[in-house]
Design a protein around this ligand. Structure first.
Ligand code: SF4
Ligand code: SF4
Length: 305
């Protein structure tokens, strides 16, 4: 087994569901131009951090000194159980412990394995935490293709996956990017409750429920919030309708399991949620990052307050 194969084998042993390798090099010019046009049109809304650190985002060798390879990993988060049938909806990725911690720990263990078993290597782990084009690098590393919903789709597994990267100074055999298997399907674009997709892979975040209920701290235009339905934190609609997610199977990560309390919360329990309960319930959850007031706003909206 060569070094790349050993790393992939260890990644699976650590509980990851996929691992691929890309050469650390400048991001394709077509990708950069696509991203810049998206920013110029203001589709990123209030996420002004996306306007910064262009040099770092466009080349991992600027982000990490002497970078040679980008190892990309995927971790399944498709849940075993779902919310109470009357509950307002939260995105499935937020059911368990904040994935930033879970995935970063696994990536650090992978880097330790490389140092102890393959070769001395300097590297940095990233989980949605720096200017790294995650789905682009995942595609480059051959673990899936980018669907028309702009999410990475793993063949025969679907799109309910967290992505993380380990950028390091070790030269490894790279994988080849995967071609799209979306074909003529447009299910995700057609199903979006707020018509956020302008064309395949071009999404106006300002119309996206995930952006509006998590990232945006300004008032949401009523013509958009009227389309949210009972979604209070994120949205899974463009994944639910994707035919490739019929392959989704429940994850096996203990840290990502929801508590019994969260799963059993019905409509009224959610509506009555106070700040103290919020703090206790979401202490280690991604939901805590958005803050109680943001969630309260959505709970008040659906209860007609
Ligand atoms: S997450 Fe929901 S609102 Fe956002 S693009 Fe997908 S379907 Fe549309
Ligand atoms: S719903 Fe269809 S078009 Fe959208 S990502 Fe899935 S396969 Fe591609």
């Amino acid at each position: 087994m060569n070094a790349a194969e050993l790393i992939k084998q260890e990644a699976l042993r650590l509980g990851l569901d996929a691992c691929g390798i890309a050469k650390a090099e400048a991001v394709d010019t077509e990708e950069i131009s696509h991203f810049q046009t998206w920013i110029a049109k203001g589709f990123h809304g209030e996420m002004s951090y996306l306007e910064r650190n262009t040099e770092l985002r466009n080349d991992p060798r600027v982000l990490v000194e002497n970078a040679r390879s980008v190892i990309v990993v995927a971790l399944n988060y498709y849940p075993h159980t779902h919310q109470h049938p009357t509950a307002p909806l939260i995105a499935r990725y937020a059911y368990g412990m904040d994935y930033h911690y879970v995935l970063k720990e696994i990536l650090n263990n992978l880097l330790l394995f490389i140092n102890q078993n393959i070769a001395p290597a300097q590297g940095r782990c990233f989980v949605d935490s720096a200017p790294v084009m995650e789905s682009y690098w995942a595609w480059k590393a051959g673990i899936g293709w980018r669907g028309k919903n702009h999410l990475l789709i793993l063949p025969h597994k679907g799109s309910y996956f967290f992505l993380g990267e380990l950028i390091l100074d070790l030269e490894l055999t790279p994988d080849s990017p995967m071609s799209s298997h979306c074909g003529t399907c447009t299910a995700c674009q057609d199903a979006c409750p707020t018509s956020a997709f302008l064309s395949p892979q071009v999404m106006n975040a300002q119309r996206c429920i995930s952006y509006q209920t998590i990232e945006n701290h300004k008032e949401t235009p009523k013509e958009i919030s009227d389309l949210f339905g009972n979604r209070i934190y994120g949205c899974d609609r463009c994944q639910e309708v994707c035919p490739h997610n019929r392959f989704a199977t429940p994850h096996t990560s203990e840290n990502l399991l929801p508590t019994d309390e969260l799963i059993s919360m019905d409509y009224q329990t959610w509506i009555n949620l106070d700040k103290e309960t919020f703090k206790r319930l979401f202490k280690k959850s991604a939901i805590q990052r958005g803050g109680y007031e943001k969630l309260r706003e959505q709970l008040d909206r659906i209860s007609g307050k």
